[in-house]
Write a protein that binds this ligand. Structure first.
Ligand code: CP3
Length: 349
């Protein structure tokens, strides 16, 4: 157990310890971002998105903005999952309107150009951000660190950009099995080193984002999603015993039932498509559940939002639950809808 004086006052950590609390603690995936006017203003101060992520002054402010505006129960480090390929020496950039661009890995020669270990010096601004955020946060707000799961990160490293179905990486994994395994193993090791340093710098829980696991057939899911996540959690726990881990295997469907038990995660992030009452009944007892409001219901607001929030809250009564979205908040989301969500969550105990 990582003890800190504020642990008992942090609702999120109490739930991660297995306590069911009503109303549940709440934070939103991508809670720092373009739907906030103050984020858009801050974003203009850095020439590129990566420079923004590697500038502690700006990243601290971006992390704190949603806490100051909404009083969420947790802050999530402002960074991106693609700083990991960057810290392995792959060229990474973000083009506005086009998303991430990486020099794709197409063969063993490209792979050999990556560093053998993750460059933690390059990531030192991220750790500085964490330390500074930790000092600035109100005592009841938990700080969450994160990384992308190896499969999701590898899918960008192979394709060189986002794709709707991860076809380049799926095909690569079939055609070049040993090479793909080497890439996944490299990312497992690098992610353990990276998360360990996040914990040392002050995060109290980490979330592993596997945004693209849902496209894989069962055997491939087992090999490229479940086993690497399990290896990261085991490696991290051996160095940071007691650190809380939230796994978010988006689209994992029936794999969710025992995903936390098999990987060693404490909590499971449920994506938008998961039926809340199904998860409450079928995901093994002992797993904390997080989720899973449709980001589009939040964008639409009104009655749809009210009903969806109620349904989720009701489904998880009596089970340790962290209220969140089923995927990241959309840039078009009106701030008033986030306020309405929070008011509804907080008024009905
Ligand atoms: O508030 C938070 O949640 C913390 C910050 C955070 C970002 N990205 C900031 C960001 C986190 C946790 C992420 C995770 C992330 N990044 C994932 C996994 C979660 C998911 O949404 O599926 C993935 C797949 C990425 C990769 C990524 N980063 C893409 C595909 C894009 C472009 C699409 C987009 O939304 O613009 C990014 C850029 C990015 N990461 C932005 C932000 C706020 C927008 C860039 C900008 O503001 O200029």
């Amino acid at each position: 157990m990582i003890e800190s004086p504020g642990r008992a006052t942090k609702k999120l950590l109490r739930v991660l310890d297995g306590e069911a609390i009503g109303p549940p603690p709440v934070w939103l995936m991508r809670q720092a971002g373009r739907y906030l006017p103050e984020y858009r203003a801050l974003r203009t101060k850095a020439a590129s998105f990566l420079e923004f992520c590697y500038n502690p002054k700006l990243a601290v402010e971006a992390t704190l903005q949603p806490i100051e505006r909404f009083g969420f129960d947790a802050a999530i480090l402002f960074s991106d999952i693609l700083v990991v390929p960057d810290a392995f020496g792959q060229k990474v950039s973000f083009e506005s309107g086009h998303g991430p661009r990486l020099t794709p890995i197409t063969d063993r020669d490209d792979f050999a150009k990556l560093r053998e270990t993750i460059d933690l010096d390059r990531l030192s601004p991220v750790f500085e951000t964490i330390t500074r955020v930790k000092q600035a946060l109100p005592s009841h707000v938990a700080l969450i660190g994160f990384c992308g799961a190896p499969w999701t990160v590898a899918s960008y490293m192979i394709a060189g950009h986002g794709t709707p179905d991860q076809m380049p990486a799926r095909l690569f994994a079939y055609r070049h099995r040993a090479l793909f395994q080497d890439l996944i193993d490299l990312l497992v090791t690098g992610s353990i080193d990276y998360l360990e340093q996040q914990v040392v710098a002050g995060v109290e829980a980490v979330q592993i984002f596997d945004s693209w696991g849902g496209v894989l057939p069962a055997d491939e899911f087992e090999r490229w999603c479940l086993q690497p996540v399990k290896a990261i959690i085991a490696g991290l726990r051996s160095r940071c015993p007691g650190v809380k881990v939230i796994a978010f295997p988006r689209g994992a469907g029936s794999h969710l039932v025992d995903f936390a038990g098999r990987t060693g995660a404490d909590a499971l992030g449920l994506d938008t498509a998961v039926v809340p009452v199904w998860a409450a009944e079928c995901v093994e007892v002992g797993t904390v559940l997080q989720g899973n409001l449709d980001p589009l219901a939040l964008l639409a607001g009104g009655q749809c939002l009210g009903e969806a929030v109620k349904q989720i809250k009701t489904a998880f009564v009596g089970r340790p639950h962290i209220f969140n979205l089923g995927h990241g908040i959309l840039p078009e989301t009106p701030i008033a809808h986030v306020e309405a969500l929070l008011a509804q969550l907080r008024e009905e105990a």
